[in-house]
Design a protein around this ligand. Sequence first.
Ligand SMILES: CSC[C@H]1O[C@H](OP(=O)(O)O)[C@H](O)[C@@H]1O
Ligand SMILES: Nc1ncnc2[nH]cnc12
Length: 297
Amino acid sequence: MSQWTIGVLGGSGLYEIDGLENAQWVTIDTPWGAPSDDILFADYGNVRLRFLPRHGRGHVLSPSSVNYRANIDALKRAGCTDVLSISAVGSLKNQYEPGHFVAVDQFIDRTFAREKSFFGPGCVAHVSVADPVCPRLSKLAANAAEAAGATVHRPAKDSHLTYLAMEGPQFSTKAESALYRQWGCDVIGMTNMPEAKLAREAELPYATLAMVTDYDCWHPDHGSVDVASVIAILMQNAKTASSAVKTLCETLSKTDRTTCAAGIETNLDVAIITPPDARDPKLVAKLDAVAGRVLNR
Ligand SMILES: CSC[C@H]1O[C@H](OP(=O)(O)O)[C@H](O)[C@@H]1O
Ligand SMILES: Nc1ncnc2[nH]cnc12
């Protein structure tokens, strides 16, 4: 039986998960620098859980100063088979009310001040992020959130749920918020890019459970978002989010983990363009965890 090792990136309001078996915080070093915090290693039945608070305990890192490469590399080094992000978001449509969860399946990346790839000079790769979310993990996470009592919005058969990733740390202007609504975006946040792209480069199936905390600044009947209103909703939701994670683990512990049908775990087979004799050995060494499967064969 193949086991799940589920990595969870806890967003704003989710800095710890209690009531876990054999829980201990473990320091993991990476060639990309330090991850946001130690990683909480724990067991949940048959499942191994690896929890990393994205902003660090105490919320000390802004979205632009999170070391996304180190976080994904560390989760890979910690043996994760899959990565679930839990994220606070603003709603860009009336139907996504504060307190609801949204199982997003698309992103628009408007971030600009972050390292976005593990690859670069000396080893170039172009992965596909046409479908950046693992449909299997997303569905399992949405089921778990529903079982934990949340209202969950899922993508319909021929339509997507899109997360606009902005740089921040300031929230949007009304003109920006209106523009993103015109683009058809569903929710807005500051962290899921380049996280999702890096997870794909590391061949880790990735999904996001977005927790709606506010209506950003476009809604005529709601005031513009501020941290206090976000925190107020997060306080009510953190319990649901952590119980969704435990419910997900319960489900996974009863399921044999098979290879992801979307081919995410082998996507580097067709992504690296630099031939072996032209690769920079220093970069190749740094890529041991994320791409060792293909580079060391
Ligand atoms: C505290 S509101 C803004 C903050 O919350 C979201 O973070 P995360 O995705 O880690 O929950 C948003 O992206 C901003 O970083
Ligand atoms: N309105 C918003 N914009 C960006 N990130 C957010 N996180 C929570 N609410 C947000």
